[in-house]
Design a protein around this ligand. Sequence first.
Ligand SMILES: [Mn+2]
Length: 328
Amino acid sequence: MQKPNDIRAVLEAIENGSRFLVAAHARPDGDAIGSMLACGMILQQLGKQVDIVSRDRVPVIYRHLPCVDTIRATDTIGGEYDAVILLECDGIARTGLRGLEGRFTINIDHHFSGKLFANINWIENDACAVAAMIYELAMLAGVRITPEMATCLYIAVLTDTGSFCYAGTDARAFDIAADLVRHGAHPATIAYNVYFSNPTSKMRLLGAALSSLQREGRLAWMSVTQHDMHRTAAAEEDCEGLVNYAIGIDGIDVAVLLRELADGRIRLSLRSKGEINVASIAERFGGGGHSHASGCTIDGPLPAATARIHDLLRECLRMQPAAGATRS
Ligand SMILES: [Mn+2]
């Protein structure tokens, strides 16, 4: 059985190579985008050649980030690289990219569902964001934290901690955020770009999702159909964060957003604010994530998928006491 590596092994591999590819998971979020960009900046400062790729386009709310145009949208990787740095992936399949097989890979991840699939695996389950690990890497490498790098890392920490709300938000998260502000990240500007610049389609889709909201005891769920997506002219990224409105309800411990995909399968976004570990639920269906936030894709149609996830979550909730009851 392969053992996990540490930050030193990652830096050593970087120092020994000259050409790198940086990628994260398909449907990149703020942590994936910000961390890829910052990682690229670190490599460049170290005099390395770096390509950053994503299968899916950068969501609108992250398109103002410095150097964001250096992220190349592609689904196939050619060319020679000394190493491929994969952020927040539990396997090369998670990138949605073809052409990564057989390459030397460096896995940097902070997910509960993190796996030792790469040649070098640096996994920190208690890091508030993969950006916190990239920040550590920058420190160890002795590179300068530029205002551009600080902005990318800050947006990643901000979004991955749910605006400093999630369970992983500790003093370290604030220490890093404070240092990034000292190095030129502007919290108000970044918050404006991320939280007050939503496309209209996202708000219309939110309306559709909220009108489907149902609850049963400590469980809440919402759904978005292909029809909803079309009539609101929504993009896939507009679904990001919708589930948080359901977990935001008093007395709800677990929330699910079920989204019908174009191929008829159903994408689940799971949230927990109780003791239920939704990463382990998502893993049963080939997905993953964190104990409080996870995702996976299951077979449709929507009513069957809803019934299936309900049965499972009802069972989990039956075996767990209500949130707060077990907290000290
Ligand atoms: Mn993350």
